[in-house]
Design a protein around this ligand. Structure first.
Ligand code: PEP
Ligand code: MN
Length: 337
């Protein structure tokens, strides 16, 4: 439920309400707005006599949160959340472009690609050091050596980076190097992993599961925020349907739906959605037109030789032209790029 404080409520009154809620076994999340404070209270409502809260000094009203996800719900926070990754603000006026190879393959490959991404206008680097591959015989990633290379690329380019963690045992290691932790589609419902990244102070990029409903996806975000980490960006990356021409089916409608249901930013990954580089420009344009806060695109300096996801990787020139085409679209929807 949401306890709405009067705009005249004092800090002391807000604290008293919070303390009473905590004593009643609730987890509290105060949100200080421009006009007034609201306290999100998560817990067992049946232990609460509403009068014990509503009659307290400074309380305006109590409202239930009707959705199963609470802290990420638009019912709790009316404004849009922004998430800062390194020095880059996501969810603000500017469209943010995450770009880079699917996987870190070598120092030479990653640094070359990272420099090209920066030159073309990318804001945040991407790259996998722990790769969730369908085949156990496929390249699995360079692990810590890959993280070190990405940290080096950050030094050289000044761009922060996001990278995936696939196992609870590696969360600490990844958090030590990365500016943002990615939870991949295959792990969207790995609840222990969500809890572990929720305990870190790093922003989290939460990809939509291969066949997850929007509500399941949002419940996964709730796992992260429930641990105290509110810096979550959702990523629509296509879902599995009966269509096989594309690797997945991009759910464009998820963008406005997510904007209505939650206050979190959403970015789109047209690379994993289509699996083919020639369809990425159109889906990038459509995603920004539909209200996405950014894109995450696979860019490799030499896609033909990529160890992972080459067919869906853009070369730097193609990425540059995607960025150029996006500028008027961003402007048309009142965003900057
Ligand atoms: C990736 O970003 O490289 C990746 C594996 O994506 P997804 O989890 O969306 O398949
Ligand atoms: Mn990939």
């Amino acid at each position: 439920m949401i306890v709405v404080m009067k705009s005249s409520a004092t800090t002391e009154q807000i604290e008293k309400v919070e303390n009473r809620l905590i004593r009643l076994g609730f987890k509290t999340h105060p949100i200080h707005g421009e006009k007034s404070t609201v306290i999100g209270a998560i817990g067992d409502k049946t232990v609460l006599s509403q009068e014990s809260i509503i009659n307290m000094d400074g309380v305006e009203t109590i409202m239930p949160i009707t959705k199963p996800y609470k802290l990420i719900s638009r019912e709790l926070v009316k404004g849009n959340t922004t998430v800062t990754v390194g020095n880059v603000l996501v969810g603000g006026d500017e469209i943010i472009l995450f770009a880079g190879p699917c996987a870190v393959e070598s120092e030479e490959q990653y640094i070359t690609s990272a420099l090209k991404v920066k030159e073309a206008g990318g804001h945040i680097l991407r790259g996998g050091a722990f790769k969730p591959r369908t085949s156990p015989y496929a390249f699995q990633g360079l692990e810590e050596a890959g993280l070190k290379i990405m940290a080096q690329a950050r030094e050289i380019t000044g761009l922060p980076f996001v990278t995936e963690v696939v196992d609870t045992r590696d969360v600490e290691l990844v958090a030590k190097y990365a500016d943002m932790i990615q939870i991949g589609a295959r792990n969207m419902q790995n609840f222990r992993l969500l809890t572990e990244v929720g305990k870190t102070k790093k922003p989290v990029l939460l990809k939509r599961g291969l066949a997850a409903t929007i509500e399941e996806w949002l419940m996964s975000a709730e796992y992260i925020i429930a641990e105290g980490n509110a810096d979550i960006i959702l990523c629509e990356r296509g879902i599995r349907t009966y269509e096989t021409t594309t690797r997945n089916t991009l759910d464009i409608s998820a963008i406005p739906v997510i904007k209505e249901l939650t206050h979190l930013p959403i970015v789109v990954d047209p690379s994993h959605a289509t699996g083919k580089r020639q369809w990425i420009p159109a889906l990038s344009n459509a995603s920004i037109a539909a209200g996405a806060d950014g894109l995450i695109i696979e860019v490799h300096h030499n896609p033909c030789e990529a160890l992972c996801d080459g067919p869906q990787s853009l070369d730097p020139e193609q990425f540059r032209s995607v960025v150029k085409a996006l500028k008027p679209i961003a402007a048309a929807v009142g965003r900057k790029l």
